[in-house]
Design a protein around this ligand. Sequence first.
Ligand SMILES: Nc1ncnc2c1ncn2[C@@H]1O[C@H](COP(=O)(O)OP(=O)(O)OP(=O)(O)O)[C@@H](O)[C@H]1O
Ligand SMILES: [Mg+2]
Ligand SMILES: [Zn+2]
Ligand SMILES: [Zn+2]
Length: 631
Amino acid sequence: MDLVKRLEEYRDRERSLTWEGTFKDYFELVTRQPSIAQLSHERVYNMIMADGTETTRLGEPRYKFFADEIFGIEKPLQQIVEYFHSAAQRLEVRKRILLLMGPVGGGKSSIVTLLKRGLEAYSRAEVGASYAIKECPMHEEPLHLIPADLREDVEKEFGLYIEGDLCPQCRWLLDNKYGGKIEDVPVRRMVFSEKHRNGIGTFTPSDPKSQDVAELVGGIDLSTIGEVGVESDPRAYRFDGELNIANRGLMEFVEMLKVDEKFLYVLLTLSQEQNIKTGRFSLIYADEVVVSHTNENEYAAFVGNRKSEALQDRIILVKVPYNLRVSDEVKIYEKLLGQSALQNVHIAPHTLRIASTFAVLTRLEPSKKAGMSLMKKLKLYDGEDLEEFKQKDIRELQDEAVREGMDGISPRYVINRLSSALVRDHVTCINPIDALRALRDGLDQHTGITREERERYLNFISEARKEYDEYARKEVQRAFVYSFEESARTLLNNYLDNVEAFCNKTKLRDPITEEDMEPDEHLMRSIEEQIGITENAKKTFREEILIRISSLARRGQTFEYTSHERLKEAIEKKLFADLRDVVKITTSSKTPDAEQLKKSNEVVSRLITDHGYCPVCANELLKYVGSLLNR
Ligand SMILES: Nc1ncnc2c1ncn2[C@@H]1O[C@H](COP(=O)(O)OP(=O)(O)OP(=O)(O)O)[C@@H](O)[C@H]1O
Ligand SMILES: [Mg+2]
Ligand SMILES: [Zn+2]
Ligand SMILES: [Zn+2]
């Protein structure tokens, strides 16, 4: 890279961000690009939409703004965006506080953080540019300088919408420093920054007895009160509460329902009137998004409290449950591990998937549908169609489980356990069994769960383990044949030739001797038996296969070994059964002969080159599967 050139570009960019001028200059800018004067909700909405949207598999919108960071919880994100959409049109909802409610570690803070970081970046771009009165502690919109009498004409002629009045300090400056000459008042480009307390604030509850409302709305400035004499002089006041500095942007109210009531009343005024009540001043206009979060218990207590009714009315509640899709859970862990210092440890294939399987199982509610186990539900949710249930059944399942995702194991717990397994001395790789062990051991120290829950969770660990056993066995058996797919295809073609001859009552031709042969009943049965097809049912099954072949053929498609779910299963099982003995002997022999050694080395290197294993986990996998087959 050309560093000097990059530095120059950087300086140019920074220079444009430090633009300063008079109100006159600003007015020219805003008439050319009215969006620079947009209100906070509209700004957030446009920021989200600027990144674009895509459509999910289930036909719902997915916002790219969140897509790289938040996984599997499209519904709450949609509700959040809808809120901003209506609020952007200045509908009544913008006067409500957005409250995210959900279980610990479910992504609430992450969503708010994304919005904050997003605003910072957006305000640095041209589309998201915004400006403020230079000396205003609340960096207010310069259009507030325009006197009420002129606003109607200005709005009509320039298509600008003006809302809100000058804060006491700007009013004082205008009268005393600028002699009422509005056009001369200095204006600056505003760059949102939480660190610099520009347009982004955070309020965190602390000890309710000592915490002061000044943290929200500012307070008397003891150092200047001596100079100016009276408390009602705006110069004697610091407008530096979180609500003041978050003007134009967003304030995060952490654990809102934990605070003392006096703080909630301030919020109530803000949301009802878009004003902040500060010290001895009349109400001060503020335009900001308030986003807050809480957990379910606190919310229930809040709703049960009659005194809070007025505020309840002022809240838009969005439930943020845990993600329920295994493949999205894997993405969460990949993201978190990617941010950690654990880059050089190897994570064996299936490890994150198996840990996710456990986590998602703890979050699911049992279904009343006959034959619907939690594991089946988990697979359906993850997009897999099963024999008896299909994707279209998901709706119904969701309707019967309204609280689903509000309980269970959090991603944070899983990551903490994986990390503790990873940082142990000399660990260069962890596999699914290590992960499950770490998750299990952690349950003893997990304070948030009851004894019954612990029992349930231990059960889920063994279910996740069974899933893994299945994967592990398949993986090794596949690696034992040079090309599993090709062997499967050969076996299938052989089967189909025989089935065709059987149904049409014809003979097959031996490819070498060219003699006519009867269909190979033994071969067909050895495959069909794998999936429990009885002697009586075999004819129907074979005919069904032929019908499928010809209906595919009519549409110009060929029948593959994956075209028929059950036949595929039968073929794989048959191949595995044939392999079983070789695998068993090779993987568990204590004193392998030269042939066995060669075979297992081949398998290990195939696992490494084709399937993402490292030498450690590849060898462990072989040993593990050997012990499974010997049970
Ligand atoms: N659906 C998700 N998508 C992406 N990351 C997630 C998701 N759920 C949780 N996480 C990750 O898990 C971690 C914990 O989430 P976060 O702190 O946002 O949760 P929270 O709901 O604010 O929890 P708490 O109630 O404890 O404050 C974060 O690192 C977050 O990125
Ligand atoms: Mg949080
Ligand atoms: Zn001001
Ligand atoms: Zn490894």
